[in-house]
Design a protein. Structure first.
Length: 259
C-alpha cells in the first residue's frame, strides 16, 4: 500500500483526468494493493520461492520509486515510464539498474517459479512446463533489456524489449489455463482478471483519456508480478504445519538421547 501511495504521489499529474484526481487514484490503488498483498502474504510467507520472488519485486519497486523522487526530467509521466531512465544521472541509474537486476533475477528464477506445475494433479500437457518456463524467462530478459537499452539510446530496440515482455505476458496469462488442464481455480481467476484489468487500463488511457500512457505501463508491469506471485502461491504447497514441525524437531532431539 505504501509503495502504491508513493508512486501515485510522485506522478500525481498523470492522474489529472481520473475522477477525483490523484487522491482518489491513490486511495483505490493503495487500498487494493494493500488488501491483496496482505492476504497473499498471510497465505504464502512460509514459501521460500515466494519470499525470494518478493525480494525481486521489491527491488524493482525500490529502483522505480528512487528514480521518481530524484529525477529532474520534469513531467516525465506525460511521455512514458521509460523517460525515468533517460536523465543520465543517479535517478536514471536507479531506474535502469532496478529493471536489469529484477529482470535478470526473474529469468534466473523461472525454473523455480514454474516448478509447482509439474505436480500430477494439475495434468499439464506435454511440454507445458517448458513453455511457461520459457515465457517467464523471456519476460525477465526483456525487462532487463529495457533497462540495458534506455529509450533515448535506441528507441527501436528499447521498444522491441518492451513489446516482447508484453507479448510474453499475454501468452502466459491467456495460454497457461489451456496448457495446464487442471490449473488451480485461483490462478485461472487471476489470469482472467489480469487480462481484463490490462484491457480496462488501455481503455482508461486510450479510450477515455483519464490517464497517461505511463499509468498503463505501470499497471502492465504490476500485473506481471501479481500473476507470477499468484502462480507461486497456488502451486507450491511447501507449508509445514506447526504440530508436524514440532514432532519432527522433537524426534531429532530425542533420537540421540535414546541412542
Amino acid at each position: 500500500a505504501t509503495i502504491a501511495a508513493l508512486a501515485v504521489g510522485s506522478s500525481a499529474g498523470a492522474f489529472d483526468g481520473f475522477p477525483g484526481g490523484h487522491l482518489a487514484a491513490c486511495a483505490a490503488l493503495a487500498g487494493g494493493l494493500g488488501a491483496t498483498t496482505g492476504a497473499v502474504h498471510r497465505r504464502a510467507h512460509h514459501q521460500s520461492v515466494y519470499r525470494s520472488f518478493n525480494v525481486v519485486a521489491m527491488l524493482l519497486a525500490a529502483g522505480c520509486l528512487a528514480s521518481m523522487s530524484l529525477t529532474d526530467t520534469g513531467e516525465w509521466w506525460v511521455r512514458n515510464f521509460s523517460e525515468l531512465g533517460t536523465s543520465d544521472d543517479v535517478a536514471a541509474v536507479w531506474f535502469n539498474a532496478g529493471l536489469v537486476l529484477s529482470g535478470g533475477a526473474m529469468a534466473a528464477m523461472a525454473g523455480r517459479l514454474v516448478r509447482g506445475l509439474a505436480r500430477p494433479e494439475y495434468r499439464a500437457r506435454r511440454g507445458a512446463r517448458t513453455v511457461v518456463h520459457a515465457l517467464v524467462g523471456i519476460i525477465g530478459f526483456a525487462l532487463a533489456g529495457v533497462g540495458l537499452v534506455p529509450i533515448d539510446a535506441d528507441e527501436t530496440l528499447h521498444n522491441v524489449f518492451a513489446s516482447a515482455a508484453g507479448a510474453a505476458f499475454f501468452l502466459l496469462a491467456a495460454g497457461t489455463p489451456w496448457l495446464v488442464r487442471r490449473m488451480p481455480r485461483r490462478l485461472v481467476a487471476t489470469s482472467v482478471a489480469a487480462l481484463l484489468v490490462e484491457v480496462a487500463a488501455w481503455v482508461v488511457y486510450d479510450g477515455l483519456g483519464w490517464s497517461s500512457l505511463t499509468v498503463f505501463e505501470v499497471v502492465a508491469f504490476a500485473l506481471v508480478f501479481v500473476w507470477l506471485i499468484a502462480l507461486v502461491v497456488t502451486t507450491h504447497p511447501e507449508r509445514v504445519d506447526a504440530p508436524a514441525l514440532a514432532a519432527a524437531v522433537g524426534g531429532l532431539v530425542a533420537g540421540p538421547a535414546r541412542g
